[in-house]
Write a protein that binds this ligand. Structure first.
Ligand SMILES: NC(=O)c1ccc[n+]([C@@H]2O[C@H](COP(=O)([O-])OP(=O)(O)OC[C@H]3O[C@@H](n4cnc5c(N)ncnc54)[C@H](O)[C@@H]3O)[C@@H](O)[C@H]2O)c1
Length: 429
């Protein structure tokens, strides 16, 4: 099948490459000339393990094509996926400007029968608006259906998530569109959820809001455990053994972040509000997340008796390991708070520093963990990158001015850390 993706970010580029790898001819439409020229050479604009290799392989095979021209890609495509960003507006609602703009742009290039799918995370009702926009602008002879095919991949594991998803949600309003989408996804195994457009749109928000709720619940239990003397990690481990609960996303830490959970929780609160429902549960989820980020700052302040002029080392900036995505990363909030209070900060992240430099100013970016730790009075681990797990704590201890570790992701064994003479502070332990 010949298909088109509009948008070549974490969702667009990964899914487009996988569909090309499965033998389809895939056009990827972008809007930045430099990025499109790089992509044609196999140079990708994001960090995602294993992705560059797949892009290169399919570019070489002539199955993955990059362009800025809608008239090249759209007329020959049977399916078009809109995979552009839907960032939050100041009101919390999803900003759909780009989704609607690209829908308008593609409309008059449609030819024959095409299924136009929105892959971006969008509020209920968006696909129907996309349909109306296209209907008004398409050539008379062109026929089309809309589909809502939300994406569930996780950055860092995006390739295997796309090939082996927990579920494939296909929301359509016609059998013809559903059949075409099922045919395209056929080589990918997963639980198929075939439904209507509104349900598909809502599934994505419900799934992300539930995961964010689990994280905030874990953080609330961790917080309460610290206050009462319980071992929060043991509590959550035991709770997670219950098959009805499951252990995933029950780890306390510095709060959730990234390009999806914060914005999707906000958007669902806004969707609820617009429909006359006060989603208080999700408002609390957000509040607990803010407390979780502040808690790391407070732990640093308490352990040093104030952070003014203190040297603080931070390991990990991305919102989670194996990605360079800095959108809504807890590190931004925590570091800015420390800076506000006069701390001097050195940081290291294996891949996110280039993106971090654009949003966190006034700190020193170091070449590795040891340079970061040098002369610091406290070491804060904010992202659980594997390379921090096996760090040489003896060497780190010798380099630091004071030996305090705040393990915001609970990656270390407290007893082992203490053996090296550190004061250990975790979350919920
Ligand atoms: N990142 C994730 O892990 C993830 C997972 C599931 C769903 N989603 C959802 O998928 C959507 C895309 O997310 P993402 O992380 O890939 O975003 P992203 O910011 O990485 O990518 C967005 C892409 O849209 C392109 N774009 C912007 N304006 C354009 C225009 N006018 N014409 C053509 N292209 C344009 C950008 O160049 C970029 O390639 C969002 O709605 C997001 O919520 C993201």
């Amino acid at each position: 099948m010949t298909i088109t993706f509009i948008g070549h970010g974490y969702v667009g580029l990964v899914t487009a490459s996988i569909f090309a790898d499965l033998g389809n001819t895939v056009w990827v439409v972008g809007h930045t000339p430099e990025k499109i020229e790089n992509l044609k050479k196999g140079i990708i604009p994001i960090f995602e393990p294993g992705l560059e290799e797949i892009v290169k392989r399919n570019v070489r095979a002539g199955r993955l094509l990059f362009t800025m021209d809608y008239d090249k890609a759209i007329p020959e495509s049977s399916a078009i996926f809109i995979a552009v960003g839907t960032p939050p507006k100041s009101t919390g609602e999803a900003d759909l400007t780009v989704v609607y703009a690209v829908a308008e742009k593609l409309a008059n290039h449609l030819s024959g029968y095409t299924v136009v799918s929105v892959k971006s995370t969008v509020p209920v009702g968006t696909n129907k608006k996309v349909k109306k926009l296209i209907e008004d602008l398409k050539p008379e002879k062109a026929e089309f259906d809309i589909a809502s095919i939300p994406e569930f991949l996780r950055e860092g594991q995006a390739i295997s998530d796309t090939m082996h998803p927990d579920r494939i949600v296909i929301g359509t309003e016609s059998k013809k569109a559903q059949d075409l989408m099922v045919e395209l996804h056929e080589p990918i195994d997963g639980n198929y959820v075939l439904t209507n457009i509104e349900t598909a749109e809502m599934i994505k928000y419900a799934a992300n809001a539930f995961l964010a709720t689990k994280i905030s619940f874990a953080n609330a239990i961790a917080y309460l455990s610290e206050l009462t003397g319980a071992d929060g990690l043991k509590v959550l481990e035991a709770v997670g053994f219950d098959k009805r609960v499951g252990s995933a996303f029950l780890s306390p830490g510095a709060g959730y972040g990234g390009s999806c959970f914060p914005k999707d929780v906000k958007a669902l609160i806004a969707i609820a509000g617009q429909n006359g429902y006060d989603f208080e549960l999700l408002k609390s989820v957000e509040k607990i997340n803010t407390i979780a980020m502040n808690d790391i700052f407070k732990k640093a302040e308490k352990s040093l008796g104030g952070v003014k002029d203190k040297s603080i080392a931070v390991l990990g900036l991305s919102f989670k390991p194996d990605t360079d995505d800095m959108r809504d990363a807890p590190s931004v909030v925590i570091i800015n708070k420390l800076l506000e209070k006069g701390a001097k900060i050195k940081v290291f992240d294996p891949v996110a520093m280039n993106n971090a430099k654009k949003i966190i100013k006034g700190i020193e970016y170091c070449k590795d963990s040891y340079e970061t730790a040098k002369e610091s009075e406290i070491l804060i681990v904010l992202t659980e990158w594997n390379e921090f797990r096996q760090i040489d704590l003896k060497k780190v201890g010798k380099l630091m001015k004071k030996k305090i570790i705040i393990d915001a992701r609970n990656i270390y064994d407290p007893e082992k850390v203490k053996e090296f003479g550190f004061i250990y502070i975790g979350v919920g332990r």
